[in-house]
Ligand binder design. Structure first.
Ligand code: SAH
Length: 401
């Protein structure tokens, strides 16, 4: 909209503009010839090539390896409320694929995937839960609230700025809080017509793991009248979908968090299921699986959806070991011909790594594994094509003889 907008300048080393021209949104500090002067962390900058040409506009943080995150490549695009409104409108349009009578919980803004690095917004019915991960987004906080109120028909906005990742940006961790409107303690949402309760203020991350919706749906075809073990169940997402497939299905949900397991039990009741027919266990999954193996327990279906084992490149080796151990244990409690769903949400672990860990586990226990389905993200978690490193979720369904 506004012509001739100017921001302080950051210059790139020769040829470092190419990945940006391909749509990548990060500039590492090593790519900068000259850092911008007199600018506070999170301030807006214009990025110029080594020959002085405008390349992109974004925000700068001298404290992080990623020095600049790009917001636009349009020289005439000012970064203001109008910019945010355009991006939000675009994101809202994509999510119209969801019929709200069927699914009214989804990720509305997926950071880089929606052209808004550092911003996550999850929609739970009429409530929005916002996470600001970077100093640059923090600068846009008030415009962001106004733009969300304008572009979405939300009844209330909650800020969940309690993620550890904020520290790297030099930001404080905040107590979860309602910033506008009325927000109930629990919101009832529908996901593929299955009901869940979300606690926007106290739940893990933003309250519910929306990234597993399509995998939960996919699991249904394997669970009819089966014994299902859902490891790292949290509030029982996979468990409820499985239990709904047949009265004869029996589900065991295991998680280390006792409030999560309690909510899982409530989710069974909410969906008309009798929790007495199922098991809810507060335990460390590794301990539980070892015990189950020792006592000769066998399941027809095992789901493994652990938290991220590796958050950094340096933690990769350790994480791969943990995935191997976990999948080995998972296979050992699976009857021959049973179905294993294994997931990884570690950004630094690629699909190949997960399949490799699976293959080593199979070798260790002398089982034959057929890969049936592989998944990444669903439509509400779009990935920027130029930034495959932001695709964190991998899921594999396989049959284990
Ligand atoms: N599958 C869930 C999301 C899992 S998130 C869903 O569909 O909603 C990861 C979960 O693992 C969290 O609930 C966390 O409490 C749990 N967790 C982390 N470490 C654990 C451990 N060692 N044993 C059991 N649960 C663990």
């Amino acid at each position: 909209m506004s012509l001739n907008v100017h921001y302080p300048t950051a210059s790139l080393k020769p040829r470092r503009e190419e990945s940006l021209q391909n749509g990548h949104l990060w500039i590492f500090s090593g790519a900068l010839q000259q850092s911008p002067h007199w600018i506070e962390p999170g301030g807006l900058v214009d990025v110029k090539s080594s020959t002085g040409q405008f390349v992109a506009r974004g925000y700068y943080n001298p404290h992080t390896d990623i020095a600049i995150r790009i917001l636009t490549r349009d020289i005439e695009q000012a970064i203001d409320e109008n910019f945010l409104r355009q991006r939000f409108r675009n994101a809202v349009a994509l999510r119209r694929v969801f019929d709200p009578d069927h699914t009214n919980a989804y990720r509305l803004i997926n950071s880089e995937g929606d052209g808004l690095p550092g911003l996550i917004v999850d929609r739970f019915a009429e409530i929005l839960v916002v996470q600001i991960h970077t100093a640059g987004m923090e600068h846009l906080r008030s415009q962001l609230i106004d733009a969300l109120l304008e572009e979405t028909d939300t009844r209330g906005i909650v800020f969940r700025n309690d993620s550890q990742s904020r520290r790297r940006e030099g930001l404080e961790l905040e107590e979860p809080r309602v910033v506008t409107g009325g927000v109930p303690m629990q919101v009832t949402v529908r996901e593929n017509n299955v009901l869940f309760l979300v606690d926007p203020l106290q739940g893990q991350k933003t309250g519910f793991f929306l990234d597993q919706r399509d995998k939960r749906e996919a699991l249904r075809k394997y669970t009819k009248a089966k014994r299902v073990l859902n490891c790292f169940s949290y509030t029982g997402g996979f468990s409820v979908y499985a239990a709904l497939t047949s009265e004869k299905t029996q589900v065991t949900s295991v998680d280390i968090s006792s409030p999560a397991i309690e909510t899982a039990r409530q989710h069974f009741i909410l969906n008309g299921l009798d929790p007495q027919h199922h098991q809810f266990i507060v335990a460390d999954v590794f301990d539980y699986l070892e015990q189950a193996r020792s006592s000769g327990e066998h399941y027809d279906v095992v789901a493994l959806d652990p938290p991220a084992f590796a958050k950094t490149q340096s933690a990769r080796t350790q994480a791969l070991k943990a995935y191997r151990r976990l999948n080995t244990l998972g296979m050992q409690v699976l009857r021959p011909g049973g179905i294993l769903l294994t997931c990884s949400c570690s950004g630094v672990i690629r699909m190949d790594d997960l399949l490799g860990a699976l293959s080593q586990s199979a070798q260790r226990v002398q089982r034959t594994v057929q890969v049936l389905e592989t998944y990444t993200h669903s439509v509400d978690h779009p990935i920027n094509l130029a930034m495959p490193e932001t695709a964190y979720l991998k899921a594999v369904f396989c049959r284990v003889e």
